[in-house]
Design a protein around this ligand. Structure first.
Ligand SMILES: [Zn+2]
Length: 406
């Protein structure tokens, strides 16, 4: 008896021994991260589906950023997979390719029911989380995939698509892009009708990639808060793909969310300037790779990597740390509070900063925010809560709009 109680006393003493403060913070951050919904609004991983050296269900080593094992390791439990084709493809072929990708995502989810759940609402995401599954959502990157036919909005919605980026690197026929010469002074009348139909169909309006005027036009027309699914802060890296402080304030005033993109050009102005001096603007560099590769995504990715490795070997590009992501988040929080920022990595579609080589590294973000003194509640908003709030609003407004028109 005495022996037992003295052993108990030793065990109690050990468990009560103070951890170092560093351990306490790290442990708390891990606990917080792995109990939260961590939602990323933009990965181009769909492009890898069906390719020879890639398997979504296995850990891949070929330079990709996302697969199920690494999502589990990084606590990434909700992900918008992008449906993307180059804007040079228009009309019926664009629709065909978009449908191919929607089917590829749906089949992938169907084939991995233990791990994945196809989500088309915030409640679906919460249900997936409760079942310890990964919620997969779909977003269309580029309005050219409706082929100028508004009925496609309804069809894509019925298939589960929950956001659409109004334009990509080039203007489409009804919305100006941030990286093309203005052709429509923002949104055309048809473009405004597209936004209204997206509101009715519960598809979020994504203003990443669009021109400033398109953003302000969409903000005026949409009854649902806007999202930027993968954009960063222009005050930190002065690229037109990023949002100015005035745009972020206007977005936030109507309840929207900017989801921070981890692409090095968008994170660091020093890197952007060095890259542009050596290779031109990142959107134009993309054009050059397309000349070499057509629309072969794997070929484009390899050509980009070769170019980067060469420029790095020649010492022409500065290193960018993953901690820049925190700087962008913190800038938005200081500007408009914690309710309007989240994560939109651009994994498998962009060049990642040092230390964020794939989605397994995400717990670092939570730990950095804890160390900055952010509350648990605010961190959970940034990790996914803010975006879920907008998804909920979108569904409610769609229901209202549809009941009015019935
Ligand atoms: Zn993009």
């Amino acid at each position: 008896m005495r022996r037992t109680s003295s052993l108990l006393a030793i065990l109690l003493a050990i468990s009560a021994a103070p951890l170092t403060s560093a351990d306490t913070v790290a442990d708390h951050a891990r606990q917080l991260h792995f109990s939260s919904i961590v939602l990323d609004t933009h990965a181009d991983t769909t492009q890898l589906f069906g390719t020879k050296d890639y398997d979504f269900a296995k850990r891949n080593t070929g330079g990709s950023h996302v697969d199920i094992p690494r999502m589990r390791e990084g606590g990434l439990n909700a992900l918008f997979l992008s449906i993307f084709i180059d804007a040079s493809i228009q009309g019926p072929p664009a629709i065909q390719k978009a449908l191919d990708q929607i089917d590829a995502i749906r089949v992938t989810v169907r084939d991995h029911p233990q791990d994945l759940l196809l989500a088309s609402s915030a409640d679906d995401v919460r249900r997936a989380h409760a079942q310890k599954k990964i919620a997969i959502l779909m977003g269309i990157e580029g309005g050219h995939m409706i082929g100028n036919d508004i009925r496609l909005i309804r069809i894509y919605s019925a298939l589960g698509v929950r956001y659409m980026t109004l334009a990509h690197f080039k203007n489409d026929e009804w919305a100006d892009s941030s990286t093309d010469k203005p052709a429509h002074n923002g949104l055309t009348d048809f473009g405004k009708d597209v936004v209204r139909e997206m509101n009715r169909q519960g598809i979020l309006i994504d203003i990443s990639h669009v021109s400033d005027k398109t953003f302000y036009d969409a903000l005026e027309v949409s009854k649902v808060p806007l999202i930027a699914s993968h954009s960063s802060v222009r005050a930190i890296s002065n690229h037109p793909r990023n949002m100015s402080d005035d745009m972020i304030k206007a977005l936030a005033a109507k309840g929207g969310v900017i989801q921070i993109n981890y692409e090095q050009n968008y994170l660091s102005d020093e890197y952007r300037k060095a890259y542009e001096a050596n290779a031109g603007d990142v959107s134009k560099a993309d054009e050059a790779f397309k000349k070499e590769c057509g629309d072969d995504f794997i070929c484009i990715g390899k050509a980009q990597q070769r170019q980067l490795q060469q420029l790095q070997a020649e010492g022409k590009l500065p290193r960018v740390s993953w901690e820049k992501i925190i700087e962008h988040i913190d800038h938005v929080v200081k500007l408009v509070g914690p309710d309007h920022v989240g994560l939109g990595s651009d994994f498998d579609g962009a060049d990642m900063p040092d230390g964020m080589q794939d989605c397994s590294q995400l717990p670092k973000i939570t730990e950095a925010l804890v160390r900055k003194g952010y509350s648990d509640a605010n961190i959970q908003k940034i990790l996914g809560g803010n975006l879920l709030r907008v998804l909920d609003q979108s569904q409610q407004i769609a229901n209202q709009l549809n009941s009015i028109s019935n």
